[in-house]
Design a protein around this ligand. Structure first.
Ligand SMILES: Cc1cc2nc3c(=O)[nH]c(=O)nc-3n(C[C@H](O)[C@H](O)[C@H](O)COP(=O)(O)O)c2cc1C
Length: 497
């Protein structure tokens, strides 16, 4: 009988074949979950003892089984919607969205973009105004910023939302907001950067296992029951196998259905090779608890992933940087393998315009996909609009009209409109309030107002933290390939970089 790991590897390979016939992201065929051996199938003779079926944390009706899957890793900046759609197009079985901090989601509004049909979670920027806006915008009004955008059709049943959190109640409150739109909720317990760790999130949770377990248990109690989707966690390895084992034993008992292990310890740099010494042990603990185990770290493509799954007995694999460079790494060699970068870049550019992706993010991704030595690399850096980009990349004939319309909507290039600076707009707002008699320093604060003050100052402190994280993120962005995990989406401007 095939072992569980052989079956998972076979399913991953089978997925490849299925995706070979896929012509669009929406038609990528999902893998068949590994069938759990039934006692009947496993019994050779009537009087032989019936081996117990391995346990499985039940997969809720709208959820996904992570077994047999090759998935796109969560990546701040690099995991925005067009990147995820491109990964799906090239055969990724599931896609993780970029880490989004619970604070940032709570208080966001959900809307469907009438032009694109995309679901967008938006907020008023708390600390800055965009420099430009399309001609349809009222220049005195602050722009709403999109903090999370998803495709309700092409990502249906495939998108896992990753939360940055350090508190069970907040995690549940944030997860409840997005749960109807996604196929799973994941908790980031691996980011070692100061802006995450200082808030007690990310890798800090590895050192506070009680808190991490409480967050996962709270999510696993409420989210599958109320929304029919599963909960998972992404961790890093700890220094010793004994430490990792104690942690994993604890986490797999919380009710989660999946665990991804990034095979580096928190202090390790991304360029250091992933270490696999503890992987078999983590896979075994997950299997014993009925939790699917995905491996992450230096996975380069589908064929290698299938071999690693077989070798280490995990259920599937997750790819980050190789997919950032070329999302066609999800395609097996037998189905065409890695696409030439100009092909991937053209597809990416179309998708970015289709979903109205922020130009700065599009440029950033393009510079990850275009080799630094290519002459167009520098040109892309200088582009200020989609029209500039399609021209620089030689697609003006086919994509020129689309680029112009995207520029019009986003207020780029010839459509750029200078906006009022923040202070002036705030002064105008204050003046307006005073004219309306509904505010001002002279007024005695009412009891209601008094009660709101602590909340307001908490909000101000959170804004301050957002500003600090944004600065860190901007700094991180300059050296993004050097960083383990850049800033999570804590504030609209952070997502926009
Ligand atoms: C640009 C970038 C952004 C990342 N953002 C996140 C994130 O939001 N959440 C997370 O858990 N890990 C994040 N990571 C870490 C990756 O998900 C992954 O664990 C790591 O890059 C190792 O995988 P790799 O060897 O395939 O690159 C990020 C990595 C990169 C390169």
């Amino acid at each position: 009988m095939a072992t569980a790991e052989e079956t998972a590897a076979a399913v991953m390979t089978a997925t490849t074949t299925a995706t070979a016939t896929a012509t669009a992201a929406s038609t990528v065929t999902p893998s068949t979950p590994t069938p759990a051996p039934t006692p009947a199938a496993a019994t050779a003779t009537d009087d032989a003892p019936t081996p117990a079926a391995p346990p499985r944390v039940p997969i809720p009706p709208r959820g996904v089984d992570y077994r047999g899957k090759l998935v796109l890793a969560p990546m701040v900046r690099s995991g925005e919607l067009p990147s995820r759609l491109l990964a799906l197009h090239y055969g990724a079985d599931l896609v993780w969205g970029p880490e989004t901090v619970d604070h940032s989601l709570i208080g966001a509004s959900r809307r469907i973009n009438p032009r694109t049909g995309m679901v967008e979670y938006t907020r008023q920027p708390s600390h800055s105004y965009s420099a430009s806006a399309g001609p349809d915008h009222d220049p005195s009004a602050p722009l709403e910023s999109v903090i999370y955008r998803l495709d309700p059709v092409r990502e249906a049943g495939k998108l896992i939302f990753q939360l940055g959190t350090s508190d069970p109640a907040r995690a549940v409150a944030a997860a409840r907001l997005v749960a109807p739109d996604v196929a799973g909720i994941d908790v980031n317990a691996g980011c070692p950067k100061p802006f995450s760790v200082s808030g007690g999130m990310g890798a800090a949770l590895l050192r506070t296992p009680d808190k991490l377990a409480a967050i996962l248990a709270a999510l696993a109690r409420e989210i599958p029951r109320d929304f029919g989707i599963a909960v998972s966690v992404k961790i890093r390895l700890l220094e010793t196998a004994a430490e990792t084992e104690a942690l994993v034993r604890r986490l797999v008992a919380t009710g989660i259905a999946g665990l991804t292990v990034h095979c580096r310890t928190p202090p390790m740099r991304p360029r250091e090779p992933a270490i696999r010494g503890q992987l078999r042990m983590v896979a075994r603990l997950c299997r014993e608890a009925g939790v699917a185990c995905l491996m992450n770290g230096d996975v380069e493509g589908r064929d290698q992933a299938a071999a690693l799954v077989r070798e280490f007995g995990v259920d599937g694999a997750m790819i980050a940087t190789a997919a950032e460079r070329n999302p066609s790494c999800f395609r097996a060699a037998a189905d065409g393998g890695l696409a030439p970068w100009p092909e991937a870049v053209e597809r990416y550019l179309r998708l970015a315009m289709e979903v109205e992706n922020k130009i700065a993010n599009t440029k950033f991704l393009l510079t990850q996909m275009i080799p630094g030595k290519a002459p167009v690399y520098r040109e892309v850096h200088r582009c200020k609009s989609y029209t500039d980009l399609v021209r620089a990349l030689g697609h003006a004939d086919q994509l020129g009209a689309m680029a112009r319309e995207t520029d019009r909507v986003l207020g780029l290039g010839e459509f750029e409109v200078r906006r009022e600076p923040k202070q002036k707009a705030q002064q105008q707002k204050q003046q307006q309030k005073q004219q309306n008699g509904d505010g001002g320093d002279q007024q005695q604060p009412s009891k209601k107002r008094k009660r709101e003050e602590p909340e307001d100052s908490e909000r101000e402190r959170e804004r301050e933290r957002e500003r600090e994280r944004e600065n860190a993120a901007n700094e991180a962005g300059k050296q993004v390939t050097e960083l383990a995990e850049p800033a999570p989406a804590v504030a609209p401007a952070t997502v926009a970089v």
